[in-house]
Ligand binder design. Structure first.
Ligand SMILES: Cc1cc2nc3c(=O)[nH]c(=O)nc-3n(C[C@H](O)[C@H](O)[C@H](O)COP(=O)(O)OP(=O)(O)OC[C@H]3O[C@@H](n4cnc5c(N)ncnc54)[C@H](O)[C@@H]3O)c2cc1C
Length: 307
């Protein structure tokens, strides 16, 4: 291990050690950046050397192939710089934890993020995936995002310039890197926000595995697009249940008993390939029964197309 100017570099790091699924092979090096300033330096350095890289946050929405990645990974997570408040707006570093931000805003009497209580990952990852729950999404709270292209050029964009959609941000998909975010919130009593937070956490505890102990990445498939303009998205979990996937296993991976859209990799010697095969079987069951092609919500890294 060597200390890089831009973060701590771990040569040949196994991505299983850096993702909540806890499977996945090595990358060339993982540069662990504790804040956006370090991330900027790391990216500029890699760009100057013409090296290929991928940016990650806390790894809570990733499935990395067992063969790993033939490139450097720049991780931006575990941020410690507290958010900065200005009136009802808050500025926060991409490395800061989303759930920690929710708790911080609640204590500060700022409403708008209770939906995200208990969602793991970073603020950067939340923006890149337009994180959401209970019908709300982070895009609706954003005043602006400061980001950087793959060559290290920084600029600031408003939400309408970021191409937000259901669990997506086109700018991030095109390689734009989130550095800092300003959120527009509204005043509310800390007691009300504490109650909302407790309710959201209890809802999650009853339905989801505890990702700190159980290897998983939340919902594996995206919810299904509505069939009419007036309709709402339909839970992929419902289609999976109807297709009879409960109890299915594949090697070290299995379907979580309380949620048919969550795969956990807690069997003996779990592999990313087990998760991938199980996911394929689940999608095929839904397609057979309903003619619907489920799309992964989890980001797949290092898999050859079609494998
Ligand atoms: C138990 C559990 C429950 C979950 N519940 C929900 C839920 O209710 N709703 C929901 O939406 N998600 C949920 N998730 C999924 C996940 O927590 C979110 O998608 C989270 O926002 C991912 O953030 P991350 O920092 O872990 O990103 P990673 O998993 O590290 O990365 C995800 C993607 O974001 C990109 N990215 C990360 N940081 C940056 C950055 N700074 N700039 C540009 N791109 C970046 C990566 O390149 C990658 O494409 C859940 C996951 C678990 C394990």
């Amino acid at each position: 291990m060597r200390d890089a100017r831009s973060g701590t570099a771990h040569e040949g790091a196994r991505l299983a050690d850096w993702t909540t699924f806890r499977v996945g092979g090595p990358c060339r090096a993982l540069i662990d950046c504790p804040d956006a300033a370090a991330l900027r330096l790391a990216v500029r350095d890699l760009a100057a050397r013409g090296e290929r890289f991928t940016v990650m946050g806390a790894g809570s929405n990733l499935l990395v192939a067992d063969g790993g990645l033939d490139r450097t990974v720049v991780r931006c997570a575990d941020g410690r710089d507290p958010p900065v408040r200005e009136g009802d707006e808050v500025e926060v570093d991409a490395a800061f934890g989303l759930d920690a931000l929710c708790a911080w805003c609640g204590a500060a009497g700022l409403a708008g993020l209770s939906f995200a209580a208990g969602i793991p990952g970073t603020v950067g990852g939340a923006v890149a995936g337009n994180v959401g729950a209970f019908g709300e999404q982070i895009a609706g709270r954003i005043a602006w995002v400061e980001g950087m292209d793959a060559r290290g050029r920084v600029n600031r964009r408003e939400p309408r310039e970021l191409g937000f959609g259901y669990r997506r941000c086109e700018a991030a998909e095109a390689g734009w890197i989130v550095l800092r975010v300003r959120l527009r919130l509204r005043p509310e009593s800390p007691a009300t926000l504490a109650a909302e937070r407790a309710e959201a956490l209890a809802f999650r505890a009853a339905r989801h595995p505890d990702w700190r102990r159980v290897p998983c990445a939340g919902s594996f498939f995206r919810n299904v697009a509505p069939t009419s303009a007036a309709g709402r998205r339909q839970a992929a979990g419902w289609f999976l249940e109807q297709a009879g996937v409960h109890g299915w296993r594949e090697g070290g991976a299995r379907i979580f008993e309380r949620h048919a859209n969550i795969i956990v990799a807690d069997g003996p010697d779990p592999r990313a390939a087990d998760v991938r095969t199980l996911a394929r079987r689940m999608a095929a069951a839904v397609e057979r029964r309903f003619g619907l092609v489920l799309q992964p919500e989890v980001r797949l890294l290092g898999f050859a197309p079609g494998r």
